[in-house]
Design a protein around this ligand. Sequence first.
Ligand code: G
Ligand code: G
Ligand code: MN
Ligand code: NA
Length: 251
Amino acid sequence: HKLGLKLSTAIKNKKIVLWLQPQVSPNGQIRSFEALARWQCDGQFVPPTTFIKIAEKLGLLPLLAENLVRELVSTLTEWHKEHIHTPIAFNLAGQELMNDSFFALLMALIADNPWLSDMLELEITETSPVMTHPLIHKRLRSLSQYGYSIAIDDFGTGQASLGQLVDIPANILKIDRRFVSPLPGDQRHVDIVKSTIQLAESLGMKVIAEGIETKEQANLLAALGCQTLQGYYFAKPSPMSDWTERDNAKA
Ligand code: G
Ligand code: G
Ligand code: MN
Ligand code: NA
């Protein structure tokens, strides 16, 4: 339909861009960023979940993912030259990883730029059914062997959370905001988050809490041992240039 046509033009003309949201230490220092795709269509932002679904139907998801990852690598290359060592996490849909040429691109990027392994992280969401596909597991193992950091996004919201920890060579676990929002008041959620942080630690994984909107949530998560925090309380996602031009990435 009409939105599909506009989307196809937008993808081909690289009108979909990445915004960055910082991931900070408990005292607010930027440790890394998450890249989030943004498309403004006729002055209105279309949610990424909507345009990614349409792009997939149109067979344009691999092209979109390729454009976005190339944009990210070009920013990271600039940062690398300026000795800015702040990693950026890229969201990877299962269908993107199933695509042979996009997977080959990810492998080639790191083969050509070995320093990328410390700078480009991959976030995979466990909610996608394709994530249980053996080919996905195989490819994630290859990407991990090549040096990519792999984060399990939205942890706890999928059907096979614990199974993923066994099957996927992830080194970062992201606690979904549905567990963070009820903090600090709801004791059951406090207990779940506390156990998740302990689980991640015992597996040698780094843990990131998402969706932090209050000082109380930030303080509690830090007290529970979560060393990396992300959410509107610290900063909303904003255009890449906000973080490069102001030199905030150096913080
Ligand atoms: O930015 P926002 O919170 O509206 O993102 C909504 C969803 O879209 C999140 O689940 C996020 O992971 C996903 N998303 C955002 N940007 C990208 C992207 O570049 N690629 C993929 N595959 N998913 C993205
Ligand atoms: O599924 P994923 O974790 O990739 O989705 C991240 C989404 O969460 C992004 O679309 C981002 O805009 C949104 N987000 C980031 N921080 C907050 C927050 O503090 N509160 C809420 N409600 N959403 C957030
Ligand atoms: Mn994410
Ligand atoms: Na999430």
